[in-house]
Ligand binder design. Sequence first.
Ligand code: COA
Length: 370
Amino acid sequence: MSVYAHVTGWGMAVPDKILTNDAIASMVETSDEWIRTRTGVRERRIANDEESTASLAAKAGMKALVKAQLKPTDVDLIIVSTSSPEYLFPSTASIVQNKIGASNAAAFDLSAACTGFIYALDLAAQTLKTGANKSALVIGAETLSRIVNWTDRNTCILFGDGAGAFVLQASEEPGGMLSSYLRSDGSGAELLMVPGGGSRNPASLDTVKQGKHFIQMNGREVFRFATRVMSRATKEVIERANLGINDISLVIPHQANIRIIEAAAKGLKLPKERFVINIGRYGNTSTASIPIAVSEAFEDGRLQAGDHIVLVGFGAGLTWGAVALTWTGPLPEREEVDIRRYQLMGRIRGFVMRWIRRIEGVMHRWTRRY
Ligand code: COA
């Protein structure tokens, strides 16, 4: 008996605050015209002081659970893909697990930069197909505005904040995730990186002074790499799924630069209309860009049950990859899941657990003394 991994829920969350190109042009030497024509970005979202990677991730994750009509307590696995985690550790996924009340879930972060959502999706699907898990919540979330150097016009024009999520559920019904293709080439690590704050360059006054905690990028080289791998990865997953290019109704690419997407369309000999493009409104939200684009494509009526689609990304590492899947679409209506109740229960549980740990600590010290 074969088990398939279906996408049964999806959701996105972006901050309300919009930062336009004109606003950036008042901060660094650039112009709306330059940014639009070279990248396709018109504006991006920026997290406010209360928002963080975990809060956006939890919001997107809850929307995906509502769509899938899945209780948080029925989630077996949470993977958060991010390059701007809440902390060095613990994982952002554990923070999200507590926030949404997914008290039976394993949780961990995955670091594969902008390709992270593709990596996480494939990994989660494999655990469903082996029978290890019945459901997984896969989230791509970033607050890149916190690690962007707002005086560097090479990078600050590109990035934005946001989160997107998928629920994957195991089923004997054929369909869902069909094939995957994941690659990495660490020889290009220095082309796109945050060099400070890790074990190579631990945080110090010097690393901060040198701006090592900000994104550093060789834009031209990353551009060249991206245009090479996008169409190749797309072709590869289509072949692995035993499909032809004409079977694919939509390609949903990582939103890094409109010119990279256009080059991929050209390489695949597909019209641009077959691609989902929303970079104009959000900029590059890294690992969140693909699930955000999928959520919008669904809302725009561009995804129908039974459609074959390809998700394809690339990013720091270097990493790149793609998945082909058959879109499952919304499940038949079941009882609506009251996510807020689980959130509240999760919060109460977190509060009680913290107090129990405190009381146990006091008791332990007391019994040792007497
Ligand atoms: N505004 C105005 N001028 C700018 C500028 C800006 N924001 N950024 C760079 N320039 C200037 C450069 O200084 C350069 O001037 P020069 O010719 O006098 O030296 C000129 O514009 C061209 O620079 P170049 O770097 O060749 O531009 P580009 O066409 O390659 O566009 C990027 C730059 C960053 C938009 C482009 O390389 C890119 O998108 N790369 C991929 C980045 C990416 O996707 N990263 C994330 C991966 S997940």
